[in-house]
Design a protein around this ligand. Structure first.
Ligand code: G3D
Length: 182
């Protein structure tokens, strides 16, 4: 077996987790991003219904990364995860221009929620590996989401590809830098 219950318990709870929610519409690439970031270095997984919870150490920070299902029916349950959240990673399918208005509506709910009032916001414009003709650039995604209208919010947008890994760790580095300066 190797890992006993008590050692797993110890590894899960001896260090404080920085809670990060990975949100976005279904098919945006949330699960692929979670897998790509933590590949080979997950400390522990805590299975929960409707979400994946991975504990992941990166540059001195113990992240509790929680990927929540993005289907319409599940989006209404996002709020129950908000309390105690330090950062949101909002994953956008850059090739899904037709649902950008829905992603914007979800972003509005996130930024208006009291439980998330001090949460950092990292927007990942995913699927940048696709041909330029079939996806939006990070600047176009930013424009479509109205990110520059966000006042009093620490946010960053990063183009990325969960398939190639492009941009993912730059995003994590931004989070670490912001956490260090808090
Ligand atoms: P979700 O967890 O947000 O619902 P998934 O999304 O991680 O399940 O990804 C949905 C689909 O998008 C998957 O394809 C996955 O391979 C693809 N995908 C995720 N990230 C990228 C990316 O950066 N580039 C490209 N080209 N595809 C990506 P399938 O075909 O398995 O449904």
């Amino acid at each position: 077996m190797g890992v006993t219950f008590s050692s797993l318990w110890g590894r899960l709870f001896t260090r404080k987790e920085t809670k990060v929610l990975i949100l976005g519409l279904d098919n945006a690439g949330k699960s692929t991003i979670l897998y790509r970031i933590t590949m080979g270095s997950v400390v522990a997984s805590a299975p929960t219904v409707g979400s994946n919870h991975e504990i992941y150490d990166y540059k001195g920070v113990r992240f509790g990364l929680i990927d929540i299902g993005g289907q319409t029916a599940l989006r209404s349950s996002w709020k129950q995860y908000f309390a105690g959240t330090t950062a949101i990673i909002l994953v956008i399918d850059s090739a899904d221009s037709g649902r950008m208005h829905l992603a914007k509506a979800e972003l509005q709910k996130i930024v208006q929620d009291e439980d998330l009032s001090s949460a950092l916001l990292l927007v990942l414009a995913n699927k940048q590996d696709l041909p330029a003709s079939s996806r939006m650039t990070p600047a176009q995604v930013s424009e479509a989401l109205g990110l520059t209208d966000l006042r009093e919010r620490e946010w960053q947008i990063m183009g990325c590809s969960a398939l190639t890994g492009l941009g993912l760790f730059e995003g994590m580095d931004w989070l670490v830098g912001k956490l260090e300066s808090r």
